[in-house]
Design a protein around this ligand. Structure first.
Ligand code: ATP
Ligand code: MG
Length: 1177
């Protein structure tokens, strides 16, 4: 029975704006705890809830799921915007079990459910602002606008690459640029890939860890010039391209070479920090510096920490790029410093460090007093207290470094014993004995100390210092030395010990730095920290060596850069316009050419038998090289120079300028002879280090050792060979002033250095060639995004791709060349512009990536939210559906019982039919209430159920009474009177006179007199015939029938409250009173027919001579009712139903009035003589 019942709920379920306030009892999973506005107001469910696709965002107002503006359908997710730029604060929603929408914005937290499975994820979108897309992707016409900005940003001050210098031939412009940058603490500037570094003489915050990281994997122009950029470039070429590298650092003393080399090392250490097993090697490499500096550096006028040796350091990297070892080559230690220093300068640091920092035990062991002043070799400078403290501190550093280098305690003692022995040696005094020879006093402890420390026989030492064994033609002759010779021997020994010990130390370091396992794939990066060109007022053998070294390095530079550049152009098939540059090979030849060169002459002079002197050496030079364009002898120069030049001097026109050398001590220094006795003695030393240092000499004792300059030349050539095999990077250091002061820029001093570092030449060559070249692959990879045709991938040959990029960038023809494998770009400016375009484009690309990413992210979020919305929907729908189902079920039940009640409505009472009947009654009553008759006279009444008949009747009655009452209450007094009159008329006439029904309809009025008679009446009433105070109640026209002959006569009938007045109205001038009949005296007879005849019976006393009055009025019932209303005497009216009525005539005779029916009413005298009244039946 229940099944067919269908309850239709037409309203579709929507979750739009639904606020679920109370907890649905049967959906336990969802618990809504907040009644605040619902957060999910996006979705309008148009279709089946299970169908995700049916979810539509139909509302055109921006849906607001917590700040996310879903603009379009789900397919278009990248258009999802974040409104207000605020991070959307939606957290969402996990799949099925529940929903959790958390709003962390200012609005209150909304719906939260407590299901375990729900996760609240609050992931704010990164609010970084998307950079605006730049329309100018291509290179602008000139370096202006955005590009200008980028360039200027890069070259904040001056130009950061001299190649960009407009006036590149002007030294003034060059120095101006250097100065400008220096003043802004920009100490680094490039010439192409050569780094110029100006010593700031102060700490700059440009070497921090953060800054270091800036240079990781950066192309040259990506960050401002820096030694780190050089280091990184070299490192990358080494590791990724497997090209061995060397970094050549040059500059004058104090210009910052050693600091730069340390920075390179530090950078490499930082750069390789993440690699395995590098800690120990890195420590060793870094710690080699303090050790070498302690032994090889000294305070000079120009530099408090001047390196007094040349250093080339190899760092070996394994295939991963991790440093695994190193090797150091040292050159030309300034050993003369051991025995004498210029005033204000110091000996090597280690002496002072040992004296200030050595503990008592060590000093006692070394038999030293802790005062530098106590030793001749260290007395020359007066040490300040602060200096002592620094020295002491550095001594600790040195010992730490030794530990790292794995120099054990014993070895350390041996080393310090050597250092101490040098100090003691310096204090040995010679006295002149009787024979005029030198002698050491027996109580001179110094000699013994030296012997003890070096573990040699003290007597032998004494002898060796004061005498000399000469082998001549097989005979061994021992000759005593004079004081001067002894001092020379002593100093020579000191220098030899220190110098060889230093070399030993380097080799000791190398042993420690040597990689444990040789990796065949290892590659090497060299760092050369070597003295730059030196031009002093007095230049000697050392300067000669150093400047020769610089000539060689310049030659290398020329070979590596210019020549290789030309070769590359050739290889790449690019036409090359030769650059005019000065090739210094001619100077190198001047110095080192076999048999002809200066070195050759010097060696010859040193080795030849006979009296060779510095002067004879100079003479030979002048003879042999006098005609050389780069050699100037005193004799040959112009007179002006002659004045400046001494006779013992010669001049070389170096590539960096002219240098005048004094030949004094050339031979001596070149010979570098240590008396054989001393050598032999030392090689027998019990101190193993000393023994090692002098060992090889012992082996070749017969053979003359190579001269100093030849040794130097050989090692230099060795070095050049090493360097030639590598790709060079150059760091040119410049010293801004002579006072070690920050912020001072001495133009003259700098200009000098610029000249002898060959920087202008360097720049010129750089500008002549192509500033930049890269293989097509590399170039295309970087800049492919600059052409739509090559982005994101170019399928063709890289060369074609590069051509497309170049075309897109509108390169001018002279700006670039296409080689066989590389593109060559002539001006850095072009490259910078390209790079700028790339940087700009990169923003765009970033924006695209960003937008894609955000789109992706938002889409994911959107999908999650959609899913969440569906989940919410599902639950809400479920809830609503369950409610609906419940309602339908209830409804079906109600309907079922209703129908049952209907069927059994007439049977015995059951709950169903009772309810049905109740409902039926209610419905009837409701229906009735709408269909009640509106008018009193409407007697209709709606039907009612059978069970309500009685009630219906009663209700009808009540309602009618109510209607009547309402009607009555609404009556006006006039109408009320009318009704009273009508009721009176009914009482008197109803059922008695035929004309009564017709009178009901017509309204009773009291004025029936013709209008024209009103004036007459009024004047009548004003006449004495009308007693004062009497009130007119009714007036009408009337017809009086004579008693005799029944002749009709027009009369007017006036009724007052007292009497009836019959007046003659025929005259029309005045009313003439015919009768005045007091009301209480008369009786009235009327027929029961429809006529209007009144027979007024007049009592005897009023009759005089007349009889009864027969009169006809127009409205009989009205007239009699109105009058009776006043008299309150209905009994005077007699309604007779006889056909014959007799009436009194004059003098007691009776007349007869016959009443009959007829179609035409009339009253007239019948033939019978009676008055005939014909009434319409
Ligand atoms: N980049 C720098 N930042 C700060 N100070 C520096 C820098 N470079 C050098 N200096 C300062 O200049 C001094 C001299 O530098 P450095 O010892 O490197 O010169 P050098 O060129 O090696 O000289 P020499 O040829 O005498 O060895 C340093 O001790 C240091 O005080
Ligand atoms: Mg140095």
């Amino acid at each position: 029975m229940a099944d067919p019942v269908v309850v239709v709920d037409s309203s579709p379920p929507t979750v739009n704006g639904v606020n679920v306030v109370d907890s649905p009892s049967n959906i336990d999973a969802v618990k809504v705890v907040d009644s605040s506005p619902p957060t999910v107001n996006v979705v309008n469910v148009a279709d089946s809830p299970s169908n995700v696709d049916a979810v539509k965002v139909v509302d055109s107002t921006p849906p607001t799921v917590n700040g996310v503006n879903v603009v379009d359908g789900p397919s278009d997710v990248h258009t999802v915007n974040v409104v207000n730029g605020e991070p959307p604060s939606v957290a969402v929603v996990n799949g099925v079990d529940g929903v959790n929408v958390v709003n962390d914005g200012p609005s209150p937290v909304n719906v939260v459910n407590g299901i375990d499975a729900v996760k609240v994820v609050d992931r704010p979108l990164p609010s970084d602002n998307v950079k605006p897309i730049n329309p100018a992707l291509l290179r602008p016409e000139s370096v202006s606008g955005v590009m200008e900005h980028a360039l200027q940003h890069r070259d904040r001050v001056g130009v950061q690459d001299f190649v960009l210098l407009e006036d590149y031939r002007s030294e003034a412009a060059f120095i101006d640029n250097l100065r400008k940058r220096f003043k802004e603490n920009l100490i680094y500037t490039y010439i192409g890939n050569v780094l110029i570094s100006v010593n700031p003489y102060k700490h700059l915050p440009i070497y921090t860890e953060e800054k270091t990281k800036l240079y990781f994997k950066k192309a040259f122009f990506e960050a401002s010039p820096h030694v780190f950029a050089i280091a990184d470039n070299a490192y990358r070429s080494l590791v990724y391209e497997h090209r061995e590298q060397c970094i050549l650092i040059s500059g004058e003393s104090g210009s910052g070479k050693t600091e730069a080399s340390k920075k390179v090392l530090e950078y490499i250490a930082a750069r390789t920090n993440h690699l395995r097993n590098v800690e120990r090697v890195k420590d060793k490499l870094l710690q080699s510096n303090p050790l070498l500096e302690a032994f090889g550096n000294a305070k000079t006028h120009r530099n408090d920490n001047s390196s007094r040796f040349g250093k080339y350091m190899d760092i070996q990297f394994n295939y991963e790029g991790a440093p695994e070892g190193g090797h150091i080559l040292n050159y030309l230690l300034e050993k003369s410093r051991v025995v004498s220093q210029m005033s204000g300068e110091r000996n090597f640091h280690i002496f002072y460090q040992l004296l200030s920092g050595g503990d008592n035990e060590l000093l006692a062991y070394l038999k030293l007093q802790g005062r530098p002043e106590a030793y001749k070799y260290t007395t020359d400078s007066v040490s300040q207290v602060s200096q002592k403290i620094t020295d002491a501190e550095q001594f600790r550093t040195v010992r730490e470094a030794m530990k790292v280098i794995e120099i054990g305690e014993d070895e350390q003692r041996e080393i310090f014993a050597i250092v101490a022995s040098v100090l003691h040696l310096g204090n040995i005094k010679f006295v002149q004995n009787d024979k005029g020879f030198a002698e050491i006093l027996s109580h001179d402890a110094n000699c013994n100390n030296v012997a003890e420390l070096l573990q040699v026989d003290p007597t032998k030492l004494c002898e060796a210092l004061t005498s000399r064994t000469i082998e001549a033609r097989g005979d061994v002759v021992n000759t005593p030395l004079d004081q001067e010779q002894a001092r020379y021997a002593r100093d020579a020994l000191a220098k030899a010990i220190y110098d060889r010990h230093f070399s030993w130390l380097v080799s000791r370091l190398n042993t420690s730095l040597d990689p444990k396992e040789k990796d065949p794939r290892a590659s090497v990066m060299g760092i050369l920290d070597i003295y730059g060109f030196e031009i002093f007022p007095k230049n000697s053998f050392e300067q000669f060596c150093i400047n020769f070294c610089n000539e060689k390095l310049q030659q290398l530079f020329i070979q590596l850069t210019l020549k290789s550049e030309q070769e590359e152009y050739l290889r790449e098939g690019i036409e090359w316009e030769p650059v005019e540059y000065f090739n210094n090979i001619i100077i190198c030849d001047l110095v080192e050419a076999k048999h002809r060169g200066i070195i050759s002459v010097l060696d010859d002079e040193c080795l030849r038998p006979g009296e060779a002197t510095d002067a004879s050496f100079l003479e030979k030079l002048n003879q042999q090289l006098g005609g050389h364009p780069h050699y100037k002898s005193h004799r040959k120069v112009d007179s002006r120079t002659q004045k400046l030049m001494g006779r013992d001097e010669f001049c070389i026109v170096h590539y960096a300028g002219e240098v005048t050398y004094s030949v004094n001590t050339f031979l001596e220094k070149n010979n570098d002879l240590l008396f054989r006795d001393l050598q032999t003695l030392m090689s027998s030393s019990g101190n193993s280090t000393v023994a090692k240092c002098f060992q090889d000499l012992k082996l070749h004792s017969k053979k003359r050792p190579e001269t100093a300059i030849t040794q130097f030349k050989n090692s230099l050539n060795e070095l050049i060979k090493i360097l030639s095999s590598k790709e060079p990077s150059y760091i040119r250091c410049i010293k801004p002033n002579d006072f070690k002061t920050p912020m001072q820029f001495d133009d003259k001093l700098v200009s000098h250095q610029v000249k002898y570092l060959g920087l202008m030449e360097n720049l010129r060559v750089r500008r002549a060639g192509f500033a930049y070249r890269r293989t097509y692959e590399v170039f295309l990879e970087r800049y492919k995004c600059l052409s739509a045709e090559t982005w994101p991938n170019f399928r063709g040959h890289p060369r074609d791709g590069v051509l497309k990029v170049v075309t897109a960038l509108k390169y001018e023809k002279e700006e670039y060349r296409m080689g066989n494998t590389k593109i060559f770009i002539r001006f850095p400016k072009t490259l910078f512009e390209t790079e700028d375009a790339f940087q700009l484009k990169r923003n765009d690309v970033a924006t695209i990536i960003q937008s894609r990413w955000r789109g992706y992210w938002q889409r994911k979020k959107y999908l999650r939210m959609k899913e969440a919305a569906v989940v919410i929907q599902k639950w809400v729908r479920r809830y609503l559906a369950q409610k609906l189902k419940e309602r339908r079920k209830n409804a079906a039940q109600v309907i079922r019982s209703f129908i049952k009640g209907f069927i059994t409505r007439n049977g015995p009472e059951t709950p169903e039919n009772r309810r049905f009947l109740g409902i039926a009654k209610v419905h009837w009553l409701k229906r009735l209430s709408t269909r009640l008759p509106k008018k009193v006279l409407d007697l209709s009444w709606p039907p009612c159920p059978a069970t309500c008949q009685e009630a219906s009747k009663e209700l009808h009655r009540l309602y009618r009474a109510h209607l009547s009452r309402k009607y009555r209450l609404a009556l006006s007094p006039v109408n009320k009177k009318q009704f009273e009159l009508k009721v009176l008329a009914e009482k008197i006439f109803k059922g008695k006179k035929t004309s009564y029904p017709a009178s009901v309809r017509e309204r009773f009025i009291t004025e029936r007199l013709a209008k024209e008679l009103h004036v007459l009446r009024n004047s009548f009433m004003a006449s004495p015939s009308w007693p004062t105070g009497e009130q007119l109640i009714y007036s009408t026209d009337a017809v009086k029938f004579d008693r005799r002959g029944y002749k009709p006569r027009d009369r007017a009938l006036l009724a007052s409250d007292k009497a009836l007045y019959v007046v003659d109205a025929s005259g029309r001038k005045t009313f003439k009173l015919k009768h005045r009949l007091p009301l209480e005296k008369i009786k009235v007879v009327v027929t029961n027919e429809s006529d209007n005849l009144i027979l007024i019976k007049i009592p005897q006393e009023l009759k005089k001579d007349k009889g009864d009055l027969i009169i006809q009025v127009s409205h009989l019932i009205e007239a009699l009712s109105v009058v009776t209303d006043y008299t309150k005497r209905p009994d005077i009216i007699d309604i007779v139903d006889t056909r014959m009525i007799t009436h009194n005539r004059q003098s007691g005779k009776d007349g007869v009035i016959e009443v009959t029916n007829g179609p035409q009413p009339s009253i007239h005298r019948a033939k019978s003589g009676n008055l005939l009244v014909v009434a319409v039946p």
